[in-house]
Design a protein around this ligand. Structure first.
Ligand code: BES
Ligand code: MN
Ligand code: ZN
Length: 497
């Protein structure tokens, strides 16, 4: 899809479709008013006729409106003007694309990007616009024998902005598209089934990415991990025929002495639960248990495309969690790379077991900070649903930065406490620490508490994306979250916002 920025008048735009907004109730936004004037009141008459209220999620397609140059005009409901904000803006964009896909429009001019969104500027509107359009056009058809793909709008989409904002908007468009490509890459990886997306496949994809974007990539096999003492990580893969891989990607465009930001992504390519086997219902969704890893790869793609002046390291422990003759049993005790011993009371709490060794490995980079991203707990889905990712951190400033990045990028997180009081729930009679607390209370926090025992040497934040990384049900599929949050955080760190 081709995107561009324009500052032409909507009535004289020669294109397949001009998209303009209508507030509730029947109040055309500025661009729609211009179209109305050019057509000698045609649009106002249609609205007065009762064809459209302006409710969010609605649209109305008009053909050959006299006095205007476009083949079509698509009116999109914006809801009440007084309530118009981030959410309504994003929804209007998505509604417009869904409606446009059903038309034969070759190309389109979006005037929605001219709307005033409180506290947001034109760059934000264009960045979010690109993100929403790409999101709505994404198709999970990579493994269908016939791809239905991106046949719509071959001529592309233009966002209109006031002339004074055009320069900033062009930069923002490039950013928005880089983030979209990172997000789409994460979604495609996430959607792949576990018979294709194995630990070795993830490592190959990382190597491909590294080659394309000139990153440094190192892949450690079982033997190397054994030498490093990653007894916890290796315990998880023992029941699987798929050998584990430990992937390290380095993006170094910052100052030579600038400490790196490390991203660690959970890469369980399939989570059966192991010997603590999961119930059968919806177990197919455990192919998404490598979504943290996919978000690290997607984020690295986005920031490398933007050439952000930063040093960023991506670490992905990639393992399949299966039952089998060699599998780890409940009660087994292993020694982690940190030296701490772990009593594995539940083999389904495997994410923390691979992450703890990756977090210890991260120490060698003397990181500025570390953020891990993991589909860690079902409890997080219960607490926050599909709206917000769970955020826990040992540093309040880092937490605040991530919350803000989520808010502005529309990929929100919500902080849960990591107080010492919760640490008391993690006690083992036989080892330094158990991998579960025994009860179901505060499951998301006790998961993070376990990780906190391995992150004492640096500033650290943990994103539990169990509820946000994919959608269930009819619209089942990977969302590409939290790539927008992470890239926004890094763009801000790089001074590019
Ligand atoms: N990958 C799952 C978490 C998960 C479950 C994500 C459902 C999304 C939907 C994780 O490995 C897991 O199994 N966690 C257990 C932890 C428990 C045994 C302490 C869980 O949440 O049930
Ligand atoms: Mn599990
Ligand atoms: Zn898991």
């Amino acid at each position: 899809m081709e995107f561009s920025i324009k500052s032409d008048s909507p009535e004289s735009a020669r294109c397949g479709c001009v998209v303009a907004g209508v507030f509730e109730s029947r109040k055309p936004a500025a661009a729609a008013q211009r179209l109305d004037k050019a057509s000698a009141g045609r649009i106002a008459r249609i609205l007065q006729g009762g064809d459209m209220e302006g409710k969010p999620g609605t649209s109305l397609l008009l053909h050959g409106v006299p006095g205007t140059s476009a083949e079509r005009i698509l009116l999109v409901g914006l809801g009440k003007e007084a309530d118009f904000g981030d959410k309504a803006y994003r929804e209007a964009m998505a509604t417009a694309v869904r409606a446009l896909k059903e038309t034969g429009s070759r190309d389109a001019l979006f005037t929605l990007s001219e709307l005033t969104v409180p506290r947001r500027n034109a760059a934000w509107r264009v960045r979010q616009g690109a993100l929403m359009v790409e999101d709505a056009l994404f198709s999970s058809d990579q493994l269908k024998s016939k791809r239905n793909g991106s046949a719509s709008l071959p001529g592309g989409i233009a966002f209109s902005v006031p002339l004074k904002d055009a320069r900033a908007a062009r930069g923002a468009l490039a950013q928005g598209l880089a983030v979209s490509r990172g997000m789409n890459a994460a979604r495609e990886l996430g959607n792949l089934p576990a018979n294709i997306c194995t630990p070795i496949y993830l490592a190959q994809q990382a190597q491909k990415l590294a080659k394309e974007l000139r990153l440094k990539c190192e892949v450690l096999d079982r033997e190397r991990m054994e030498k490093l003492g990653m007894g916890s990580l290796l315990a998880v893969g023992r029941g699987s025929h798929q050998p584990p891989r430990f992937i390290v990607l380095q993006y170094t465009h910052g100052k030579a002495r600038a400490k790196p930001i490390v991203l660690v992504g959970k890469g369980i390519t399939f989570d059966t639960g192991g010997i603590s086997l999961k119930p059968g219902a919806e177990m197919d969704e455990m192919k998404y248990d490598m979504s943290g890893a996919a978000s690290v790869l997607g984020t690295l793609r986005a920031i490398a495309e933007m050439k952000l002046p930063l040093n960023v390291i991506g670490i992905i422990p990639a393992v399949e969690n299966m039952p089998g003759g060699g599998a780890t049993r409940p009660g087994d005790i292993v020694t982690s790379m940190s030296g701490q011993t772990i009593e594995i009371l539940n083999t389904d709490a495997e994410g923390r077991l691979i992450l703890c060794d990756a977090l210890t490995y991260a120490e060698r980079f003397e990181p500025e900070c570390v953020v891990d991203i993991a589909t860690l707990t079902g409890a997080c889905v219960i607490a926050l649903g599909a709206v917000a990712s769970g955020l826990m951190a040992n540093d309040d400033k880092l937490a605040a930065e991530l919350l803000e990045a989520g808010q502005v990028s529309g990929d929100r997180a919500w902080q849960l406490p990591l107080w010492d009081d919760y640490q008391e729930l993690l006690k083992s009679n036989f080892a330094d620490i158990p991998n579960i607390s025994g009860g179901r209370a505060a499951g998301t926090i006790t998961g993070a508490c376990f990780l906190a025992r391995f992150t004492k040497k640096y500033r650290w934040a943990h994103l539990d994306i169990a509820g946000t990384a994919w959608r269930s049900g009819k619209e089942k599929g990977s969302t590409g979250r939290p790539v927008p949050l992470l890239t926004h955080f890094l763009m801000k760190r790089a001074g590019k916002l």
